[in-house]
Write a protein that binds this ligand. Structure first.
Ligand code: HEM
Length: 520
């Protein structure tokens, strides 16, 4: 109360581990049987803030404090205040305690701050270059073709695995961009068939990276609690937990092999790779002070690129496809542009920046459904924050959330139709991407901790949309007794229904069947 912001009381701490594990199922069950009060239904789900978007702020104000038995969280959704927070990393720092789960292979770009972070930033500056983005572009085109082929082969069956297939797509693009490893696209059904035909999937070298990495992503909380070694060797643990431990070791040895191969190639002047690990290896060999970039630095940062770059992009793509299926007129709109710029067989890398409508649909998806939901900050000392011309004093160790979902649907900035799907809002009168006032639209964050993979993901998503929609379209398959329009509105609702696991994802995306067809 001494801060002076409006207060909202929640009787269960958002980070309560038991509630994180079971709370959302309880809320959804209570909703289903009409047992949930309005408050319980709105605010007790894991990922409630992503579902609320600006509604809660419209009731309480552009900033408020969520008060719970285990701590307080300040939510901010006002552009200038958010901009201010993102530009002051010394005052609004990282919540390093919360990020420890990402230290599977040691400290990295995401889990450090101050001098330590600057060291990692310097090391990794060599990685996200245009040279690498060219690789992202070509591998996204290739993987996109594989994914489309897989979906078309199953037609007229409705495809219900779009969200999972998008994760395979991004994992494969990362394999190409991190290690120059090409993998053919493999859809959900194909993957299940392979897993049942191999006794121990981690014995299968060709899928070592992809299988171990996706297993680590799913088991990251277990790894944080027990550590990889204990998980691998404990006989009392379930086999699936042992496999998570094994995956930690597999991924490390996989990256080590990639590092060794590239070192040899560089030493013999044979290196032609454009991938991120190769860039790190070359930088480490070129350094005067050998202790500067260690093997551990390369492994831990490679891991965090994969962690930060995989599901974020896959979730965004799944939402984009779902919304496009609900809006055939937007498909026509982007197809027009794709036809303008992608006519020959080979599409050069420079094409990506011309696909502004494709970028706009991605931006609209991120606006309505952000995979991170918010950027979590922790005040380091007593500090001030001005929201709508009132200055508040925040004590040290206050949790402050830059609430992307609230900010990007703030009706003061986005108007009364803030909740409508309308990608054209991102295009200006000259047909170019619109520039926004400070803090209005920051899905990749801003300031020194801005997402280093921003361009990577923009290139990847523009490429895959061009491949998918150039000669094909997607439609929502009607359920029994449902009309076309109803089916589309259902797809829109499913896209907006979020549940948080590690990130904010569509809840049960398989509720919507999609069908791909060739267009004239
Ligand atoms: C649509 C896709 C993506 C979105 C929306 C996104 C968004 C973000 C945001 C908001 C942050 C700041 C997090 C915070 O303040 O807590 C961040 C950080 C980060 N992102 Fe991304 N990202 C995306 C894709 C990628 C990709 C493809 C990569 C790498 C291949 C990547 C690597 C990283 C890393 C390493 C950080 C931590 C940087 C630091 O702390 O200095 N991201 N991202």
């Amino acid at each position: 109360r001494s801060i002076g912001l409006p207060i909202f009381i929640r009787y269960i701490t958002p980070t309560n581990p038991l509630w994180m594990a079971f709370g959302s199922s309880i809320v959804r069950l209570a909703r289903r049987y009409n047992l949930a009060t309005s408050n319980f239904s709105r605010f007790y789900l894991f990922g409630w803030d992503a579902n609320e978007r600006y509604h809660m702020h419209a009731e309480l104000g552009d900033a408020f404090t969520l008060v719970s038995p285990g701590g307080n969280w300040i939510y901010v959704a006002e552009p200038k205040a958010c901009w201010d927070i993102l530009k002051r990393p010394r005052d609004f720092g990282r919540n390093l305690e919360q990020l420890k789960v990402l230290d599977v292979y040691g400290k990295n770009l995401s889990t450090t701050e101050g001098h330590e972070w600057q060291k990692h930033r310097k090391i990794t500056a060599v990685t996200f270059t245009e040279r690498n983005n060219e690789l992202v572009w070509s591998s996204s085109l290739e993987q996109g073709q594989g994914m489309l082929r897989y979906w078309l082969e199953r037609s007229p069956q409705p495809i219900r695995s779009v969200a999972d297939d998008c994760k395979t797509f991004t994992l494969n693009v990362l394999a190409a961009s991190l290690f120059s490893k090409p993998y053919p696209f493999e859809g959900q059904e194909e993957m299940k068939a392979r897993h049942t035909s191999i006794e121990n999937p981690s014995d299968d070298d060709s899928h070592q990276y992809r299988d171990s990495f996706s297993r680590i992503l799913r088991g990251i909380i277990l790894i944080a609690i027990f550590g990889g070694e204990t998980l691998k060797t404990s006989s009392w643990m379930p086999k699936s937990w042992n496999q998570v431990g094994q995956a930690v070791q597999d991924f490390r040895s996989y990256v080590m092999t990639m590092i060794d191969e590239e070192r040899e190639a560089v030493r013999h002047n044979r290196s032609t790779r454009k991938d991120l690990v190769s860039a790190l290896v070359r930088a480490s060999l070129a350094q005067k002070n050998e202790a500067c970039i260690s093997e551990q630095d390369i492994i831990s940062n490679t891991f965090v690129y994969g962690f930060a770059g995989n599901d974020t992009t896959a979730i965004t793509l799944a939402h984009t496809i779902m919304n496009l299926a609900a809006h055939p007129e937007t498909q026509d709109w982007i197809r027009e542009e794709i036809w303008d710029h992608c006519h020959d067989d080979t599409w050069p890398y420079a094409t990506w920046s011309k696909l502004v409508r494709c970028q706009a649909v991605v931006m609209e998806s991120l606006r309505l459904t952000h995979p991170l939901g918010s950027s979590s900050k922790l005040t380091k000392t007593t500090t001030t924050l001005t929201v709508n011309n009132t200055t508040y004093t925040l004590p040290p160790n206050s949790n402050v959330q830059v609430n992307f979902c609230g900010l990007h649907t703030n009706t003061n900035a986005w108007g009364t139709r803030a909740m409508d799907w309308d990608p054209a809002r991102f295009i200006d009168a000259n047909g170019q991407l619109r520039a926004f006032p400070e803090g209005v639209y920051v899905p990749w964050s801003h300031g020194e901790r801005i997402c280093p993979g921003k361009r990577f993901s923009q290139v990847e998503l523009a490429a895959v949309l061009a491949v998918l929609f150039r000669g094909h379209g997607v439609e929502v398959v009607n359920e029994e007794g449902e009309g076309e329009e109803e089916a589309r509105r259902r797809a829109e609702r499913v896209s907006l229904d979020i549940q948080m696991s590690l990130l904010n994802e569509m809840w049960k995306p398989e509720r919507v069947g999609l069908r791909w067809e060739e267009v004239e």
